[in-house]
Design a protein around this ligand. Structure first.
Ligand code: 147
Length: 655
């Protein structure tokens, strides 16, 4: 990157803290949830799990994230699965569900200074009081959210620094004010509201309403495409890209991330950017596969992949802290003469300076959204001129990355020899698709562990009796898409712990459409032939109207209600049904099966073109299957919201 030749025609860019400072830097974050994006991380082997968490959170090691944003589970599908609510019902309160508590604890363990931020996607149905709105009674919803914040404190001594409204949905001003008031009343004056996780429209309301303005700490916009607007800037609020990225984490994804990390400030004055998602830990075959900073989808093998976005994050996070200031546009922040961008940041005491330069080309830095207008980047020489209190520095540390395309290898986060300054000037030769950090900060590290174990297919046969879990946990590998699963004690003495579908009423949804068929997928989307068996009991009260097992399940996520496959239902009304789709519009076979209380066993063998179903080990049907879908997940589920207990799940490649 360094020009050793005599000065060519080089433009100068100036870094000068004597010209005043730009905005406060609020940190770079990752988002777990929205939804169930960390599902497969939890049951990794301890060694690999700790390594992964180090790559994400350990200061001066990997991504070294400065903020962790998590979903507040709402018992409802929110992209790659459902996360459990801390209050399934108005009378229920539980702070041991799911994995976000655990994840926050692990993040804090590694970096006590990391900030925490919670946001709901959907809500349990009771909050709607018969509507699909969480604002039916704003004080009830505020109470629900503040209980979550209080639960974090009481159960885990975690301080929630930031709280959001309703992901990418309508905000209601009266709710925002009610939430602020209740936070203050319960001692959470320091938990700041970020609103409203959509675009910038709330800026206009903030402008008009002083009480709203004082309730909102920062405006959070999703996928801003690096631009904010006049209204947003005029509020004087901090501006955040509170969800961004969501791009396949190959080299182009890395390019996207590097470009927006710089340009969200350069173009839009955004002082914090969050990657959706933190880590891609959900099955391939679910939506937005690998749209995370790294990939970890094989808890059974321990295999994981540290992708380029981890190192491109490190370029900023390892050499800055929350509370630093950006320099001003024109004296340390801007566009490079021949394309690309630079940001300069300084520490509060003025003692340290970090400069991040990126030269991502258009086609190598496309993000999932919004469309990226054409622009041009050329290789260029630039003269770095340092003025102000840094004018006398003799050298800066240099960290370098270059994304490799067309067969070229990636060079990631390489420490290079320092850049020497003469009279406050040094010359750089910049290529394409590069990131360069120049910093006075001495320490940084490209953290490394030995290669993880090789990938392996999902292990069959697979058996889970749910005895190994603590109560309230969600079973490993079963990924709820509608409804929620939780390990509870069975009422039935012969069965000890079981996995219960817990959602009793239709939740306030986040996805555009959902149907009332709770379903949890498991296994491998490429499975064709599969044997799936489970024992179940339908409790006497608040029960579901039936249960099912399934194979070749073609969909998860918000479209799971469209799933096709082979679905074997047994219904309380005295029938069984084999259907080609979850919604049961294509019934392949049905017949009588009187409802019986107690535990029963449901088995389904899918092999080539046949499906054989058995109830309590007696064959009920042996039918020819449609050729589509040819493959998909295995699944268990229920016929409607309402309780059902599952036990002794068994998956095998043949009966
Ligand atoms: C976001 C959600 O907030 C995330 O939970 C996740 O679903 C993510 C996936 O890219 O997307 O929601 C959006 C979905 C669609 C658009 C924007 C955000 N869109 O089409 O502009």
């Amino acid at each position: 990157f360094r020009n050793t030749n005599v000065a060519l025609s080089a433009d100068s860019i100036v870094f000068d803290n004597s010209q005043g400072l730009g905005r406060l830097f609020d940190g770079i974050g990752g988002l777990s949830g929205g939804g169930a994006t960390s599902k497969l991380l939890v049951n990794y082997p301890l060694q690999q799990r700790n390594e992964i968490l180090d790559y994400l959170f350990k200061p001066k090691f990997g991504a070294s994230l400065q903020i962790l944003k998590v979903e507040i589970g709402g018992d409802v599908e929110s992209t790659d699965g459902t996360e459990a609510s801390h209050m399934h019902n108005s009378w229920d309160e539980n702070y041991e569900r799911g994995y976000e508590w655990w994840l926050m604890m692990e993040a804090k363990k590694r970096n006590p200074g990391i900030k925490l931020y919670g946001l709901p996607w959907g809500f349990p149905g009771w909050l709607g009081q018969g509507t699909q709105s969480p604002y039916a009674n704003v004080s009830v919803t505020a109470d629900y959210i503040v209980r979550w914040i209080n639960g974090a404190k009481m159960w885990y001594n975690l301080t929630i620094d930031y709280i959001g409204i309703w992901n990418e949905k309508r905000y209601e001003i009266s709710y925002i004010k009610a939430l602020r008031a209740l936070l203050d009343q319960r001692g959470f004056q320091n938990t700041l509201i970020i609103a409203a996780d959509e675009k910038w429209e709330i800026a206009k309301d903030i402008e008009k309403d002083a009480a709203l303005a004082s309730a909102v700490h920062a405006i959070g916009c999703h996928y801003p495409g690096t631009y904010s607007n006049q209204d947003a800037v005029k509020t004087g609020k901090q501006l955040w890209a509170s969800e961004d990225y969501s791009t396949f984490n190959d080299e182009i994804g890395g390019g996207c991330w590097a470009r927006i990390l710089n340009q969200n400030y350069v173009n839009g004055l955004m002082t914090s950017t969050f990657s959706w998602n933190l880590i891609a830990s959900y099955y391939e075959g679910l939506p937005y596969f690998r749209d995370g900073l790294m990939t970890a989808v094989q808890p059974w093998s321990g295999n994981y992949i540290v992708e380029t976005p981890i190192w491109l994050t490190a370029h900023t996070t390892q050499f800055t802290d929350i509370g630093w200031n950006y320099l001003k546009h024109g004296s340390g922040v801007g566009k490079l003469p021949k394309g690309g961008s630079y940001v300069g940041l300084v520490s509060p005491d003025g003692g340290q300076m970090t400069i991040v330069i990126e030269t991502m080309t258009h086609n190598h830095s496309l993000c999932i959204r919004p469309p990226l207008p054409k622009y041009d980047v050329q290789p260029q020489n630039v003269i770095i001129t340092i003025k102000g209190s840094f004018a006398q520095i003799a050298e800066m540390n240099v960290w370098y990355s270059k994304l490799g395309f067309n067969g070229a290898p990636n060079i990631m986060f390489q420490k290079q020899s320092s850049l020497k300054f003469k009279n406050g000037q040094a010359e750089l030769q910049l290529g394409l698709d590069e990131v360069l950090t120049l910093t006075t900060v001495a320490l940084g590290q490209k953290g490394a562990y030995p290669d993880p174990p090789a990938p392996k297919p999902f292990p069959l046969p697979y058996k889970d009796d749910f005895e190994a879990y603590s109560l309230s946990q969600e079973p490993n590998l079963l990924a709820p898409q509608i409804g929620s699963l939780e390990v509870v004690k069975s009422q039935n003495a012969s069965h000890s712990k079981v996995s219960r579908q817990t959602v009793q009423d239709p939740p306030i949804k986040w996805c555009p459409i959902t149907l009332s068929f709770p379903i949890a997928v498991i296994g491998d989307y490429n499975w064709m032939d599969i044997f799936i068996e489970v024992e179940y009991e339908i409790p006497a009260i608040n029960a579901t109207s039936g249960v099912f097992v399934a194979g070749r399940v073609s969909e998860g996520g918000c479209d799971v209600f469209l799933a096709h496959g082979a679905f074997f239902f047994v219904l309380n009304d005295g029938t069984y049904i084999l259907a080609n789709d979850l919604a049961r519009t294509k019934v392949l076979k049905e017949g009588p099966l009187p409802y019986q209380s107690g535990f029963h066993k449901l088995s389904l063998l899918i092999q080539g073109t046949t499906a054989i179903g058995a109830f309590d080990e007696k064959v009920l049907f042996n039918v020819t299957l449609p050729s589509k879908p040819a493959n998909g997940f295995a699944a268990i589920g229920t016929d409607s919201f309402g309780l059902a207990d599952f036990d002794n799940l068994y998956l095998a490649s043949k009966a």
